[in-house]
Design a protein around this ligand. Sequence first.
Ligand code: KG4
Ligand code: ZN
Length: 337
Amino acid sequence: MRILGIESSCDETGIAVYDSEHGLLAHALHSQVDMHAVYGGVVPELASRDHVRRVIPLIKSVLQEAGLSSSDIKGIAYTAGPGLIGALLVGVAVGRSLAYGWGIPAVAVHHMEAHLLAPMLEANPPRFPFIALLVSGGHTQLVQVNRPGDYVMLGESLDDAAGEAFDKTAKLLGLGYPGGPALSALADKGKPGRFEFPRPMTGRPGLDFSFSGLKTHAVNTIHREDDNQQTHADIARAFVDAVVDTLTIKCRRAMEETGINTLIAAGGVSANRQLREQLHGLTKKMGGRVYFPRPEFCTDNGAMIAYAGCLKLQAGKTEPLSFYARPRWPMMELNAV
Ligand code: KG4
Ligand code: ZN
């Protein structure tokens, strides 16, 4: 089964064709980062308009790259939420309409579910069940994944998402938007241990997270200390160490509590080098294994949407022609396929 995937939930237009027998055939991404950078964050209306401009040309070029025509596509998968309403509506409307025009089924995909299935696109995919650490710009979640669609929420952030904390702290250090990658690079130049940041909510039981206090801690440290490059790097290092330690501690706890020693990490922050290293160390110590999508599939992309949609359509899932976008969409409302 050959599926066209469309992602437009935030500031990236992602398109891909996934084939259940031959894997990923082609994919392309248009990032709006440069457009939003001048404003220091995503401007929703500009995001929607840019998706409108990009989505059709990108679909055409992906089909061409795969050497396919519209008649080769047997189903369409589009991100229906969570995300920005205007941005989502572009992919939803285009996906649903193309499917109607081409006379094929279409299916709505949950963006975070697609993130957690992204490691399945790699050569040696993890086996179910596994624990998924989802760390993106909007979400921080620990999920027990029994099989596609069968999820147990183990813990999540009570305030800022991990990526949001990275972006806000990066902004305080004048690193621009989105700051996650730049903050990680700056942290590499920092001295470990010069500043000690808290590991929020690790001292008590439970698997929830809270990251907004770390941002406050960063603000206070920046204001107190002198304003030079090495100090900024040392603060970045303290921040990244604190986030990565906190995520690692909660992953260990989730693995211990469930007895599942296969871990996956996905979402933008899982591209972070320090996090990958620590999770490798943790799972090795616990006799398990950690899996990551390749870095370009950690952040938003069309491939994960095409893959998640393919599983649903293969399982015979059908949806009416009416369509919806859900800016907020709890993942626990999903059903097993
Ligand atoms: O999954 P994603 O592309 O979009 C959402 O669904 O939110 O995640 C984007 C987030 C941003 O906050 C970005 O700063 C962060 O992921 N990010 C990183 C890295 N690469 C992206 N954070 C830390 N280290 C990185 N290397
Ligand atoms: Zn995402």
